[in-house]
Design a binder for this molecule. Structure first.
Ligand SMILES: Cc1cc2nc3c(=O)[nH]c(=O)nc-3n(C[C@H](O)[C@H](O)[C@H](O)COP(=O)(O)OP(=O)(O)OC[C@H]3O[C@@H](n4cnc5c(N)ncnc54)[C@H](O)[C@@H]3O)c2cc1C
Length: 458
């Protein structure tokens, strides 16, 4: 259940296997979950997720299996910046998710103050441990203790915020920055990061997209399920889940007109809170753990302009805005600069708003969000004209927060679920929020239930 990219990946894998009949039960009126396309100034574009990490195989692999590979595009430009200390500044060369590797690059970026560069330099002089003594700790604790909090606030947190909309003092080091966790605790963090950031042989483009938006992947995956004999039912919320001796019994639909659906196996591909409710009587050991996973809400303001609206031509793929700058927006994607497929006569950009704990910024009307986004970008990139169109997309409970201890929590949830035959869970709550990770978790869930069914048939 759940027709987000994780559920659809599981369903497509199961339908293609051919041994089972697949029914996808989706509570909302559309497929895609956090993948959503819509129109701004007549251009169909992503209003949710918009890029796929191409360095992992699962996302590009799914596009390939859906026959979309010949249409895959890569960013025309990929140069992210940070709005910091009154200017747009390039990220320091060699950084790893915002963690600097060289003091000179950090200083010349201008993102942090000279005092913060001097503070970071102490890292080279101080021996001893950095990061998690045993197990996990927060990103801010591990990196701030070595490089100082300005580096965390102005570099690391904005980059992590782009993925999790979360706070560095809450996010788990081992779950969100495993490459840093792997070298933390070995004296100088700068030296250790330098060793792991050494240039790798060219492994191809970092990101992939599709003309018209990556939301097309979810639409194609749903079509693929149907083409392989499956069914996708929309407006079909699953309300409860029960195990009978022979099969699963799912109650779906409205409370006034409930309907029962029987199934041999179930894949739960919904966010943590509904998953917790559904597992109450089935895998009680997972319930409190799932319920403890918090989510950050956000909004995306997509704006379309005439090219003449900008004081100078836009460059780069976008920029991040640290929370300490006190602005409404947290990131801007210059969509029509980043991706080459937009028409020449329109400039489309997306402003992301909302971080964990910042509920007040989202309690504004759509008009206020648009006005606030315009005021911020006007002061940062110089806008003369008014937008020709604007769309506000609200993403309540959008991004799971991988808090300190997340990996252990997921191990406990998976152990509880593994004790129940012909049941699997997948999605952004578990092993990664990005599209490739969700695709991978959906495909792994499909394998798990197929193995369960095959094992019983032997
Ligand atoms: C604004 C935004 C931008 C993002 N940008 C990117 C990006 O550029 N690149 C990237 O890799 N990742 C990005 N992400 C993250 C990524 O898109 C998500 O983590 C991922 O799509 C989540 O997929 P999912 O299938 O786990 O969950 P979801 O997409 O949340 O899907 C879950 C589905 O389950 C349904 N559901 C819930 N409860 C029930 C129920 N009881 N019964 C039936 N159905 C139910 C929901 O309606 C939903 O359709 C972004 C996320 C957001 C919010």
């Amino acid at each position: 259940m759940g027709a987000g990219i994780a559920g659809l990946s599981a369903a497509a894998a199961l339908a293609r296997d051919g041994r089972v009949t697949v029914t996808v039960l989706e509570g909302s009126p559309r497929v895609g979950g956090k993948l959503l396309r819509g129109e701004v100034a007549g251009v169909v574009t992503d209003l949710g997720a918009e890029a796929i990490l191409a360095r992992r195989p699962e996302g590009v692999g799914l596009m390939d299996s859906l026959g979309l590979s010949s249409q895959v595009v890569h960013p025309a430009v990929l140069s992210s910046a940070v709005w910091s200390r009154g200017a747009l500044r390039s990220l320091p060369a060699g950084h790893v998710m915002g963690v600097p590797t060289r003091l000179r690059a950090l200083a010349s970026s201008g993102i942090v103050s000279p005092g913060a560069v001097a503070r970071a330099a102490l890292d080279l002089l101080r021996p001893g441990r950095s990061g998690p003594p045993d197990g996990d700790c927060s990103v801010a604790a591990a990196i701030g203790s070595r490089l100082g909090h300005e580096v965390v606030d102005r570099l690391v947190e904005p980059l992590l915020g782009g993925v999790y909309a979360g706070r560095a003092d809450e996010l788990s080091l081992t779950a969100t920055l495993p490459q840093v966790a792997g070298v933390a605790g070995r004296g100088s963090l700068l030296r250790a990061m330098r060793a792991i950031s050494a240039p790798r042989p060219d492994t191809g483009p970092v990101f992939a997209g599709l003309p018209g938006g990556v939301g097309r992947i979810a639409e194609s995956a749903a079509d693929d399920v149907v083409a392989h004999g499956g069914v996708v039912r929309l407006d079909t919320t699953v309300r409860s889940l029960e195990r009978t001796t022979e099969a699963w019994r799912l109650v779906v639909g409205s409370a006034a007109a409930p309907e029962t659906v029987a199934a041999d196996a179930v894949v739960i591909a919904v966010p943590a809170a509904p998953a917790a409710r559904l597992l109450a009587s089935v895998a009680p050991g997972a319930v409190a753990e799932l319920a403890a996973i918090e989510y950050a809400s956000m909004a995306v303001v997509t704006l379309a302009f005439k090219p003449s609206a900008f004081e100078k031509p836009l460059s780069g793929s976008g920029f991040l805005v640290p929370a300490v700058e006190g602005k409404l927006i947290k990131a801007v994607t210059l969509s029509s600069v980043k991706w080459g497929w937009y028409p020449d006569d329109v400039v489309v950009l997306r402003c992301s708003i909302g971080r964990r704990g910042e509920t007040s910024s989202l309690q504004r009307s759509d008009e206020e969000l648009i006005a606030g986004a315009l005021a911020d970008i006007g002061s940062m990139i110089g806008v003369n004209g008014v937008p020709i169109d604007a769309v506000v997309t609200r993403w309540g409970g959008a991004l799971p927060q991988y808090a300190v201890g997340h990996l252990e929590r997921i191990r406990r949830i998976k152990t509880a679920v593994a004790g129940v035959e012909r049941l699997a869970v997948c999605g952004a709550a578990y092993d990664g929020v990005g599209i490739p990770a969700c695709v991978g978790s959906g495909q792994a869930a499909a394998t798990q239930v197929l193995q369960g069914l095959a094992g019983e048939g032997e």
